[in-house]
Design a protein around this ligand. Structure first.
Ligand code: SAM
Length: 276
């Protein structure tokens, strides 16, 4: 057992481009951990080489996680187990949440060495409102499922953050323009790397820019919230309530419609009762 790091689970964020972004806290944990659960041991081996240390690594990824998890949880009772992903914060569009869930259920000591995350870094670069935001991860690749996922958030009045790849960028921007309407956006690429770039414009402008010219590297899309909406009319409220009451109780339907249309919940609930 390691003498300097108490047993438990250590969630360790690693750089998304610039190795200097590895915090001293993260470096200390990675240097002392009894075992490091990794997505790809070749990627983490490079980071450990940068630190000049060698630690045992255990692959933990989508394909083996269910099989490996119980053994890892058992080890946390007496050993310091670190969790990293290939880059950035583990669990954010990366494996790990079930490991944390089960470790918590087992009463394991859990600590985090917080650090780089592409979603947050892109949000800070985009120049779009940061007071409220919704992280969507990767949208489904197929057009129908992607349009449905976009429709689900069309009424949400916050900045949206998405991960995307170069070959799919233009199609995703066009689908966002179609499903969300005209909005300001930013394509943030290769954060903290040599070719870092932030390009801003409307969704339609950005879709046109990248059509037929897929950019290289890693990409985050940030989409601004919708502009001030005209107050919803009675017919729109009634239609939304009828649809929602087909699925939900009057009070839940009223809460959903009130949030979607930016209206007081009490007013919408009274209307729901009248329609019932
Ligand atoms: N857990 C990671 C994090 O905290 O950002 C994200 C992992 S996810 C599998 C990988 C995606 O994150 C990439 O496809 C890209 O969309 C985004 N990403 C990661 N590094 C990036 C970078 N340096 N610049 C822009 N986007 C990046």
């Amino acid at each position: 057992m390691n003498q300097t790091l108490p047993p438990g689970l250590y969630i360790v964020a690693t750089p998304i481009g610039n190795l200097s972004d590895l915090s001293p806290h993260a470096a200390a944990i990675l240097s002392a951990a009894d075992v490091i659960a990794v997505e790809d041991s070749r990627v983490t081996a490079k980071l450990l080489a940068h630190l000049g240390v060698k630690r045992p690594m255990l692959p933990y990824h989508d394909h083996n996680a269910d099989h490996v998890r119980p053994g890892l949880i058992a080890r946390m009772a007496g050993e310091a187990v670190a969790l990293v992903s290939d880059a950035g914060t583990p669990l954010i569009s990366d494996p790990g949440y079930k490991l944390v869930r089960d470790a918590r259920a087992a009463g394991v000591n859990i600590q985090t060495a917080a650090g780089p995350c592409a979603a947050i870094a892109a949000l800070t670069l985009a120049g779009l409102p940061t007071d409220r935001f919704l992280f969507l991860g990767f949208l489904p690749p197929k057009a129908g499922a992607r349009a449905a996922a976009i429709a689900e958030v069309a009424a949400v009045r916050t900045t949206l953050i998405l991960y995307e790849s170069g070959p799919r960028l233009a199609a995703t921007l066009a689908a966002l323009d179609e499903g969300l309407g005209a909005r300001e956006a930013a394509v943030v690429r290769e954060i903290s790397k040599k070719f870092e770039e932030t390009v801003t414009g409307t969704l339609a402008e950005l879709a046109t820019r990248y059509e037929g010219a897929p950019p290289k590297g890693e990409i985050v899309i940030v989409v601004g919230p919708p502009g001030e909406a005209a107050p919803a009319g009675e017919a729109e409220i009634d239609a939304a309530l009828r649809e929602a009451m087909g699925r939900l109780s009057a009070s839940r339907a009223a809460a959903e419609v009130a949030a979607a249309l930016g209206l007081p919940r009490k007013t919408v609930y009274e209307r729901a009762l009248a329609l019932k």
